[in-house]
Design a protein around this ligand. Structure first.
Ligand code: COA
Length: 175
């Protein structure tokens, strides 16, 4: 899982994907505070816990650095930036049964145009994933020697088992 780099200044300021998605009954928008717990649970259920942490972080920013794809008042996809680390896009995901309708690309473009408006010149796409999707959508390029990159010392609680005496302490803290 390596990182990629894309040039935000080359991305046209074209938000027409919002209308294109709307025509399919899909709304791409920023979340509301009311939805925070629902979004975190949804990401945990449909993707993974680490992504739930990252989405949580993006929902704590003001303004939020997260976009949702909503259909029939249900979440079908999401994207985030400045959540893993500053200047980094991701995580993102669309429900398997809703893929192939331009929603993943719309969520990517919304986040990247928002980053551009925020003042970033480049975006790092963290821990890819479907590299071809990013190459095609925004001419992203691979960053050499970027795996495991910022995740090199990633702490996961289950890793505590490797350190004698630590796992019992963590188990007590987490219970
Ligand atoms: C990657 C993902 C978000 C794409 O969502 P999607 O809604 O199916 O994507 P779109 O329909 O917007 O696709 C846009 C274009 O990218 C292409 N594309 C989509 N997924 C692709 C993939 N995995 N590899 C290569 N091309 C892909 C589509 O064919 C489409 O091409 P077109 O513009 O020529 O029609 C979705 O597959 C997903 O949730 N994957 C699992 C989670 C994940 O890997 N997230 C990324 C972590 S870095």
């Amino acid at each position: 899982m390596h990182d990629m780099l894309a040039k935000l200044y080359n991305i046209p300021d074209d938000w027409s994907f919002l209308q294109e998605q709307e025509a399919k009954g899909i709304t791409i928008r920023k979340p509301m505070g009311t939805e925070k717990h629902v979004i975190i649970e949804w990401v945990k259920e449909n993707f993974q816990e680490a992504w739930a942490s990252e989405v949580d972080r993006s929902l704590c920013h003001t303004p939020m650095t997260c976009f949702l794809a909503v259909q029939d008042r249900a979440i079908i996809g999401f994207s985030c930036f400045d959540s893993v680390a500053l200047g980094v896009f991701g995580p993102t995901g669309v429900l398997p049964q809703c893929r192939g309708h331009g929603t993943g690309k719309a969520l990517l473009m919304a986040a990247l145009l928002d980053m551009k408006l925020k003042g970033y010149g480049y975006v790092i796409i963290g821990g890819v994933g479907p590299a071809e999707f990013y190459r095609k959508a925004v001419a992203a390029e691979d960053i050499p020697d970027s795996a495991p990159g910022i995740w090199r010392t990633w702490v996961e609680s289950r890793n505590a088992e490797k350190i004698p005496g630590l796992s019992e302490r963590i188990r007590r803290t987490e219970s």
